[in-house]
Design a binder for this molecule. Structure first.
Ligand SMILES: Nc1ncnc2c1ncn2[C@@H]1O[C@H](COP(=O)(O)OP(=O)(O)OP(=O)(O)O)[C@@H](O)[C@H]1O
Ligand SMILES: O=P(O)(O)OC[C@H]1O[C@H](OP(=O)(O)OP(=O)(O)O)[C@H](O)[C@@H]1O
Ligand SMILES: [Mg+2]
Length: 300
């Protein structure tokens, strides 16, 4: 049975379970459940602190896991990113009281409070800088107010927490994080499919097979279904080339004959964020009966 680690609490927990449900897996019914068996799919889910997930996967005790890229980097476990799951986007940044640091964000010689000492240490080493790293469990913004640190390094989503603490971000983002599916570093990587067009990154090694490969393909299917819609319309056959250029689909649009002479029906997947612009352009071209439908699931 495939064993998967899923965040039990916090920002990642609900969207991770929602995504697995959308991919057809059974999920726990109570926040207190620590394990959920999906016998139909031969998969067992273990609900763990997101910070611990890379440790379980890196040791090989669990096969795959969902966590944040920043937590994966911080763990320094022999685990690697298989698929960007495209939720819980945040950046990891230095912040300080205005005027504390120069615009280049050089933190050399400063005291840096963070819950991600591994991410900060890697950044300092990559930039050849030395600083004192003070590891705290959370609410790190208070460390400056309390005189424990000069700089914080923390997750920033809206920036509201920093503003409330009178802090400003300094320098470029240290890391851009999203939720990711991870596996052991020495395991084969995800199968590459047309889903890569939807951001499903995959490494170069041989594809993961069996239930692991199936889970990855299902999650890639959810990513595509979330990012694309199906567009259908009728257009005069002599305008088909121009219409197809607007809706090339992922592989190629489907063209069907219409009873009305000189007209064809076209179907193609288009990116959800571009669909209204494309519909306007198709209408201006002369296409009619333009319909958008949601994709619930797919395998490309
Ligand atoms: N606004 C946010 N606050 C915290 N973490 C966020 C946010 N947006 C995205 N994330 C990501 O969620 C992960 C942190 O999740 P985690 O469950 O450890 O912390 P949390 O949601 O802050 O919960 P808690 O701090 O209460 O334990 C990281 O990968 C982080 O990048
Ligand atoms: O940019 P924002 O939208 O304000 O979000 C980022 C803040 O949210 C998280 O704190 P959390 O509430 O999880 O508390 P914690 O520091 O105790 O983890 C994170 O540590 C930042 O402080
Ligand atoms: Mg937090």
């Amino acid at each position: 049975m495939l064993r998967i680690a899923v965040p039990n609490k916090g920002t990642l927990s609900r969207p991770a379970a929602d995504m697995l449900r959308e991919a057809g897996y059974r999920q726990r019914t109570s926040d207190r459940d620590l394990v959920c068996q999906d016998e139909g799919n031969d998969v067992e889910f273990f609900y763990l602190r997101p910070r611990d997930i890379a440790t379980y996967v890196g040791s090989g005790d669990l096969d795959l896991g969902i966590t944040g890229r920043d937590l994966l980097v911080d763990s320094d476990s022999p685990a690697t990113e298989i698929l960007d799951l495209n939720f819980a986007a945040a950046s990891f940044r230095f912040a300080a009281r205005p005027g504390t640091l120069g615009p280049d964000g050089d933190v050399s010689g400063r005291r840096i409070a963070t819950s991600f000492p591994g991410v900060v240490a890697r950044h300092l080493a990559e930039h050849g800088r030395e600083a004192e790293v003070i590891r705290l469990d959370g609410a790190v913004e208070n460390a400056i107010r309390l005189g424990v640190a000069d700089v914080v390094a923390d997750v920033v989503e809206t920036g509201a927490t920093l503003r409330q603490a009178g802090l400003v971000v300094v320098g470029e983002p240290i890391l851009r994080s999203t939720a990711v599916l991870i596996g052991r570093s020495d395991a084969p990587s995800a199968p590459t499919t047309g889903a890569d067009a939807a951001g499903g990154g995959a490494g170069p090694a041989a594809p993961l097979s069996g239930q692991a490969g199936q889970l990855i393909r299902r999650l890639q299917g959810v990513l595509v279904a979330r990012r694309y819609v199906m567009l259908a319309y009728d257009v005069r056959a002599d305008l088909l080339d121009r219409a197809s250029a607007l809706t090339p689909g992922i592989e190629s649009p489907t063209i069907s004959p219409l009873h009305r002479e000189g007209w064809v029906a076209v179907q193609a997947m288009v990116r959800r964020d571009a669909v209204h612009r494309i519909m306007d352009e198709l209408y201006d071209l002369g296409a009619r009966a333009i319909l958008v439908t949601v994709i619930h699931a797919c395998r490309l």
